[in-house]
Ligand binder design. Sequence first.
Ligand code: BGC
Length: 802
Amino acid sequence: MKNKKTILASIIPLLILFGCNSETKENSEVINSFKAQAEFLVAKMTPYEQMNMLVGPGYAMQPDYSFGTNYDALTNIKNDVPGTVGYINGVYNEKTGLDIAAVKLADGAAGVRIDPIREGDSNTYYGTAFPVSTLLASTWNPDLLKNVGKAIANEVKEYGLDFWLAPGLNIQRNPLNGRNFEYFSEDPLISGIMASAEVIGAQSQGIGTTIKHFVANNAETSRNIVNNVISPRALREIYMRGFEYAVDNAHPWAVMTAMNQVNGHFTGQWADLNTKVLRNEWGFDGLVMSDWWSGDGNYPEMIQSGNDLIESGGVALAYRYGEVDARQQLENAYEAGELSAETIKTSAIRVLTQALKTPSNQNYVFSNAPDMDAHAQLSRVVASEGVVLLKNNDNTLPIASSTAIASFGINQVNTLKGGYGSGDVHSAYTVNIIDGLNAQFNIDSDLKAFYENFFSTNKTETDFNGLSTIIECEEPPLSTSEIDTYITNNDIAVISIGRYSMQGHDRTNTTGDYQLSNEERTLIDNVATAAHAQGKKVIVVLNVAGIIEMHSWQDNVDAVVLAYMPGQEAGNVVADILSGQVNPSGKLTQTIPVAYTDFPNATNFPGVDTDSNGSIDTHYYNEGIYVGYRYFSTFGKPVSYPFGHGLSYTKFEYDSPLVISNTLNTQQSLGKVTFSVNVTNTGEVAGKEVAQLYISAPSGDLEKPAIELKAFAKTALLAPGETQKLDFGVSAKWLSSFDTDNDQWVIEPGQYKAYISKSSDVNGVYPVTFTVSSEIVTAQATAGVLALPNDLIPADFETSFQ
Ligand code: BGC
C-alpha cells in the first residue's frame, strides 16, 4: 500500500497550504485559495462523504454525560485531545487518496476548556482562566483583547486544537441571564468591537473562532425550545448588530447558531438568518454550525437554511424531540430527493474551506507547552484594567501597603474566577482574594484563619454535568462584638461578596441572588456600623457573575469595587486595584439600575408558559430597541450607576470637543463623521480614561433612543498634567437606523448632537453638532425577512413607554 502522504501529494498538488497568520489584504486571496482547494477536494467526495463532514460524531468524549452516549464513528482523527467538545469529521479514502484530518473544537470564552488531567500521564493541560467577557469589555481596550485572543489561540494551537468556540456576542438584555458573564455588554457596538478584537487576535495565530450564539440567546430558561418574539428592527439594531460588526471587521471562520427560536423558527433552521442576512446581506464567507443538540430534529432543514454543520452530531441530538441520528436523517432526505446534492456540496465546501486552514490540516506539530506564565501575567493585567471602581467616597482608595485590613466575607476564600458551564476554564489555580490581599497588605491573620477554617469545614462541592464543580459555602456567623474587635485591631474593612451563575440556569431577583442574602446584608450593616463608629472606612469588593442590587446598601459603605469574575489571578487583581498599583480605568458596559424592576423587561423575563404545560415557551421582547441605557436615558429613569460609568484615582478634564469632518452629505453611504477631544489628567497620579461618544439623533419618522454609543477611545497612561487628543470616527453604516417599513438602513436628515462624555450620563456635557441635509439610505435589506410570527406587529407586544 502506498503511504497516505504519497497518495495525497500525487493527486493534490494544490494542498500546499498557506499559513494564515495575518489579517492583511492577502487574506481574501488566501481564503479564495482554500476555497478552490475545498472545491477541488469536495468534487472527489461522494455525497455520503460530504454529508459526513456536515454532522459531528456526537458527544461521546464524556461518556457519563446525561444527554446520552450514542455517537457515530469519528472519521480520521489525528492526535485527539481529551476534553475536545466537538469535531468536524475528516475524510479518509484510499481509493481517491483523500486524507483530510478531523478538526477539533474547544470551548471558551474565558480561555480554552479541555481536560487538564489525562489518565496515565503526569503532565497537565490546564488552560489560563482569563477574566470573563463582561470584565474584558469593561476595559474598553480592544488592543488588550487582541492580546487575549492571541494568548488563547496559542493555547488552542499548542494543545493540538483547531477552533475556539467563542467569543459570545449575545446582548445582556436583562441582568438575570445565567450566561451574561460570557457576553460583553448590553450595547451591540462595544460587544462587536470587543469580539472583533478577540477574533482578530486569535485568528492571527492560525486557529478558527466561532462567534455565538446567533441570535438572541439572552436567557437560559427553556433555552432549547423558547421562542423569542422580537421585532425585526430590534433584532437588527440590537441583537444582530454586534455579529454584523464582527463579520464585517474580523471575518470569523465560523458562526454558531443559537438553541432558541426567534419569531417561530429555530435559529439553526432559519434561512432568513443564516443565508439571507448573514451571507447575502453581510457577506459572511465562513461556516455556520449549530449549537450542541439544538433545533427540533429537522436536520435537512438545518442544512437547507445555511447551517452547514450539525453539532455535536451523533444520535443523542435534539434530545427534547426524540433521538434522531442526524446523519442518517440527511442520508434519508438525500435518497428521497428532499435534500439536493447541490445543497450538500455547498455546505461541504464551506466546512472544508475552514477545515483546511486549521492546524490539524496544516500538519502543525503542537508542543503541549503554551507559555502559561506569560498568559497568567496577561490575565492579571487585563483583568485589573477592566475592574470598575463604582464608588470611592473621600478617596477611601487606594490604600497603602502598611494598612491593616480586616477582611470579611466568605467570598475572599471562595473566590470565583469565572462562571460555570461550557465557559468554565480548567485553570491550574485561582488566587483567592485573601491571598491576593495578603501579598500586598497587612492582613488580620486571625480573621483570615477564621474564614479559611470555616470554608474548609463547611464548603460543598457539586458536580455540574461534568462541566464544572460548583463550590458553595454560607457566610460564617460573626457576632457584633467579634466584628467590633476586628475593626478595632485594624485600619480599614474589606468585605467580599460573591455571586456565581451558570449555563442552563437563569438568576433570580431573590435574596441570595440578585439581592443580597440576609447574612450578607447583616454582615455589611454590622461591619459598616462598627467601622464608622470608629471613624474607619469600609470597602466592598463584588466578585460577581453579573450585577446585583446595590441601591439599598451602598450608602452604608465608602467604596465599591466591581471586579466581576477576574480569572485565575483574581486575588492579585483585587489587590492591585486596592493598592493603586493599578489605577482603575474600567467602565461599566451595562447599566446598574436602582431596582431590578426598573428594567423595561423585568416583568417579562424569562418568558411565559403559553400552553400551561409547566415550562416557559415564549419570550416577548417587549422593550423593542429600548435595551439597557437606551431605555434609561430615553425615559429619564434614575439609575444607581449609568452605562459607561467608572471612577479613577485621578481626575480627567475634557476640552475642545470638535467635529473634525463630515462627509455624509457628499459621500452618502460611504461618508463618515470624525470628532476629537482633548483629555487631560488633572489629578495627582497617572491614569487612563475612556471617553465615549454618544449620538442623539434629530426627531424624524423613526423613533430613536435619546442617545446611542457610536464610538469610544481610551487614552494611554497619562501622567498628571498630561493631555492626549482622542479621535473618533462614525461611519454612515454604524450611524444608521433600521426602517422596517422600507427594509432599509437610513440616516434621517437634521442636526445630530454628539456628546463626548465620561459615561452615558450626558447631563452637563456640551454637545457638538453635525448636519445631514437629506435622508441617506446606507443599505437595502432583503424584503420581508426576519418577520414576526402570524402577522403580529410590534404594537401587539411591545410596551409603549411614552
Ligand atoms: C453551549 C455552547 C457550547 C457548546 C459546547 C452548548 O451547550 O450553548 O456555547 O459551545 O455547548 O460545549
